[in-house]
Design a binder for this molecule. Structure first.
Ligand SMILES: [Zn+2]
Length: 425
C-alpha cells in the first residue's frame, strides 16, 4: 500500500513534464483564450537563468512555490528539519536538471532536423521547449518526441549500478522495495529517488496521450497509415480515453493532481487537434482569394502624399503591373508629423519584399509572415500584381477558420452523443 501512496507522491514531485507548449510551434496569430493562457503561463514573465548552445533556459516565477513543497515534504513530513530541507532542495534541483535534460534532448534532435529552438522554460509542472513551427514528417516528429523519454531512460540506466550498490548495502532483495527507501534523507534515498524519478519521467511521457511524447509517437505512427488530420484525431481520442483513466485512477489513489493533469491533457489535445485542422484548412485556401486590391498599387515616381491619401497603410509599389517595392504603414506613420511633402514613393519603398502567387496557400503565406518582420505580402498572378495580403487579413482568415473548426468539433461530439443515445435505445 505504501507503494501506491508513494507513487502519487513522486508525481507531486513534478514528474509531470506535461508537454503543454511543447507543441513545436502552433498558431501565433489569432490565438484564442486558452492558448493565450497556456502561452502566458509557459513563457511570460520567466527569468532567464542561462543559455546552453544558444538555447535560453528560463524559469517561471511559480517555480518558487516548489520550495514550499520541499519544506513540507522533506522538512516536516520526514521530521528531518533543516537538514531535510537542504536535502530536498538538492533533490528538487537534480530532478529539474533531469527535466531540463529531457527538454534538451528534444531540442537537440529538433535542431538536427534544422528546426530553430527558441528557449526552454521550467515550470513547476515540468519543462516546455519552444521549437520553431513547421510541418514535420512523421519520422522526424517521432524521433524528436522519443528523444526526451530516451534521455531519462539513459539517466536511469546510468544510475542503475549505484542503485544495485545501494540495494546490496541495504539488503533490499525485492525490486519494488526500493521505493520504500526513496524518500529517506540519505545518500541512498537520494540515488533511489533520482532513479525512480527518471523511470517515471520516461514512462509518464510515453503514455500515448496526445500531446505528450507518447501521443506524438502514436500520431506519427498513424500518419504513416492515413492523413495527418485523421491521425491527429485518432491520437487525440486515445489521449482522451487515457485522460479518463487518469481521472479514475487519481480518485482511486486519492491523488487529486492526476485529474488536473488529465484536464491539461484534454485541453492541450483539443487545442492541437483544432490547430491541425485549421492548418489543413488553411493549406487548402488560395491566398489570392483573400488579397485586397488597393487600386493597383502606387507608382514609384508618385509623390508620397498620394500614398498617404485616406491614411497610411501597407501599399504595393507597381510599375506596369509589376511589383517593384512596398510601402509599410509603420514606416509612413512617423512621417505624418514631420515633412513628407518633398518625398517620392521610391525614396521610402522597401525593395526587399516577397511576392507570393495567388495560388499559394494561405498556410504557406502564414509561415512566411510569422517568420518575417514584414507585415504583408504582394500577391501576383504570373508576375502581375493582383493585390496585397496583410497580417490583419491573415488574422481574420485564421479566426474564421478557427471558429468553423470549433463548430466542426462540437458537431463531432454532438453526433457521437446522438449515436450513443441511439445505441442506448
Ligand atoms: Zn517530452
Amino acid at each position: 500500500m505504501r507503494i501506491a501512496l508513494y507513487l502519487p507522491g513522486c508525481f507531486r514531485s513534478v514528474i509531470m513534464h506535461l508537454s503543454l507548449a511543447e507543441r513545436w510551434g502552433g498558431p501565433p496569430v489569432g490565438a484564442d483564450q486558452a492558448e493565450a493562457w497556456i502561452g502566458a503561463a509557459s513563457v511570460g514573465a520567466s527569468l532567464t537563468i542561462g543559455s546552453i548552445r544558444g538555447i535560453d533556459v528560463r524559469v517561471h516565477p511559480t517555480f518558487a512555490l516548489l520550495f514550499l513543497w520541499v519544506i513540507y515534504q522533506w522538512g516536516i513530513a520526514t521530521s528531518a528539519g533543516a537538514a531535510g530541507i537542504i536535502f530536498g532542495t538538492l533533490v528538487l534541483l537534480l530532478v529539474f536538471a533531469c527535466v531540463l535534460a529531457h527538454e534538451l534532448a528534444h531540442a537537440w534532435v529538433a535542431h538536427r532536423y534544422g528546426l530553430a529552438v527558441h528557449d526552454i522554460t521550467l515550470l513547476p509542472i515540468g519543462g516546455v521547449a519552444r521549437v520553431e513551427y513547421t510541418a514535420l514528417r512523421p519520422r522526424e516528429e517521432a524521433w524528436i518526441a522519443a528523444a526526451g523519454p530516451a534521455m531519462n531512460l539513459a539517466i536511469a540506466v546510468a544510475l542503475t549500478p549505484l542503485v544495485l550498490l545501494v540495494a546490496a548495502i541495504r539488503h533490499i532483495d525485492q525490486p519494488l522495495a526500493v521505493v520504500l527507501y526513496a524518500d529517506e534523507v540519505s545518500v541512498a534515498g537520494f540515488v533511489l529517488y533520482l532513479w525512480i524519478t527518471n523511470i517515471l519521467l520516461a514512462l509518464f511521457n510515453l503514455l500515448p496521450a496526445f500531446p505528450m511524447d507518447g501521443g506524438r509517437i502514436l500520431r506519427a505512427g498513424f500518419s504513416a497509415l492515413c492523413d495527418r488530420v485523421v491521425a491527429t484525431k485518432v491520437a487525440v481520442v486515445v489521449g482522451q480515453l487515457l485522460a479518463i483513466v487518469l481521472v479514475i485512477s487519481g480518485i482511486w489513489l486519492g491523488d487529486y493532481l492526476l485529474p488536473l493533469v488529465a484536464l491539461f491533457i484534454l485541453i492541450s489535445a483539443q487545442l492541437e487537434a483544432r490547430w491541425v485542422q485549421v492548418e489543413a484548412t488553411m493549406r487548402a485556401l488560395p491566398v489570392g482569394q483573400f488579397a485586397l486590391w488597393e487600386g493597383g498599387g502606387i507608382r514609384p515616381e508618385a509623390p508620397l502624399a498620394h500614398a498617404l491619401r485616406g491614411g497610411p497603410k501597407d501599399i504595393a509599389v507597381t510599375q506596369d503591373g509589376v511589383v517593384v517595392g512596398m510601402l509599410w504603414r509603420h514606416e509612413l506613420l512617423p512621417l505624418l508629423s514631420s515633412g513628407y511633402q518633398e518625398l517620392l514613393v521610391k525614396d521610402l519603398m522597401d525593395r526587399s519584399f516577397n511576392p507570393v502567387e495567388a495560388t499559394d496557400s494561405v498556410y504557406d503565406v502564414y509561415l512566411w509572415l510569422s517568420s518575417s518582420t514584414r507585415p504583408a505580402v504582394p500577391v501576383v498572378e504570373r508576375g502581375v500584381y493582383r493585390g496585397i495580403f496583410t497580417s490583419e487579413r491573415l488574422a481574420h482568415v485564421h479566426q474564421h477558420v478557427n471558429r468553423k473548426t470549433i463548430r466542426l468539433q462540437y458537431g463531432v461530439v454532438l453526433s457521437f452523443l446522438a449515436r450513443l443515445r441511439a445505441v442506448a435505445r
